[in-house]
Design a protein around this ligand. Structure first.
Ligand code: ZN
Ligand code: ZN
Length: 319
């Protein structure tokens, strides 16, 4: 049977196949890995530092301070640039525009070309998450920046053009419309709906994993096969509010989810949504495996057809 489900708070719908028992299909090995084999130089590997735009920062390796463990720098092919104008103007009632002002950074998560984020230790993933928080802190206070979008593309279908494991960050002069939709929807509730949703999903069939500080579950109206969300149990507005010890627990949740996706070679994206300035959005990560094709129906209706029910997806992650 196909069930129609609405997002917890947004006016977005999914069509979800709720049959039991289907098993995840192994996805064909990623094409990006064949594309940049050893013959071509990897821009993100140690030794290629001179091929990227100037380094912004790095975390040194614990066993060798001269080498880096994590390194971040501006994207060579940026979507947004610092030198552009920050203002958005409306020239008449139909034409609103501006320049693509902002900062577009790459975070190389590991010096090891062969390892993906899921292959890293909890301690190494924890350091990547701390770099997210650090860049968020530094970029969100820059003049003209309204939002800092942290995300990751993994695999060709996830939009990754380089196989070397990396995250990206785009700081922009606008608030993304999806974040704004969430903020607007929240205002219809007396208190944070996500705080309540977390408590309900912890006891539901969609529950994936929890520790003292974080919980993960497959969202009720998933838009992707095997979609997973990660929330801090406390009502934090941004990753920058996490305490030292909480980063490790976030890393543990990430490792469990990414390890399972890695096991079936699933391409994926993940992204962080948080509260820009005066707003009050409970921050969270959305992990979106890219195994279903968005076709005409999805484009036309913004409603998604999902073949793996969130309940089955959660079972896959829990196993
Ligand atoms: Zn590399
Ligand atoms: Zn909350």
């Amino acid at each position: 049977m196909i069930q129609l489900r609405k997002d917890y708070i947004l006016n977005r719908w999914s069509y979800i196949a709720v049959e039991r028992g289907e098993r995840p299909q192994q996805v064909e090995k990623d094409k990006t890995e064949n594309k940049d084999n050893k013959k071509s130089v990897c821009f993100f590997c140690p030794g290629s530092e001179h091929l990227t735009p100037p380094e912004i920062g790095r975390i040194s390796r614990e066993d060798n301070k001269n080498e880096w463990q994590i390194r971040w720098f501006l994207n060579k092919f940026p979507a947004v640039e610092e030198s552009l104008k920050k203002e958005i103007t409306t020239t008449n009632k139909f034409y609103t525009n501006g320049e693509a002002f902002g900062y577009h950074e790459i975070i190389a998560e590991t010096p090891n070309h062969e390892k993906q984020l899921a292959d890293l230790s909890v301690g190494e993933i924890e350091k990547v998450l701390k770099v997210y928080a650090l860049r968020m802190k530094e970029l969100s206070i820059k003049d003209g920046v309204k939002y800092v979008q942290i995300f990751k593309n993994s695999g060709a279908e996830g939009g990754a053009s380089l196989a070397h494991s990396h995250s990206q960050l785009v700081a922009t002069n606008i608030i993304p419309s999806l974040v704004q939709e969430k903020i607007d929807a929240l205002k219809k509730y007396q208190s944070c709906p996500y705080c309540d949703i977390i408590k309900q999903e912890e006891k539901s069939e969609r529950f994936i994993f929890a520790n003292q500080d974080f919980i993960s579950f497959a969202p009720y109206a998933s838009r992707f096969n095997y979609e997973a969300w990660i929330f801090p149990k406390k009502h934090y507005q941004n990753i920058t509010e996490l305490k030292e010890a909480e980063f490790k627990n976030l890393a543990k949740v990430f490792q469990i989810i990414l390890f399972k996706l890695g096991g079936i070679n699933a391409p994926y994206n993940f992204y962080l949504h948080y509260s820009p300035n005066e707003e009050d959005l409970h921050f969270h990560f959305v992990i979106a495996p890219r195994m279903n094709i968005w076709a005409g129906f999805e484009l036309a209706t913004d409603a998604f057809v999902v073949k793996t029910s969130p309940e089955n997806a959660a079972e896959f992650y829990r196993e």
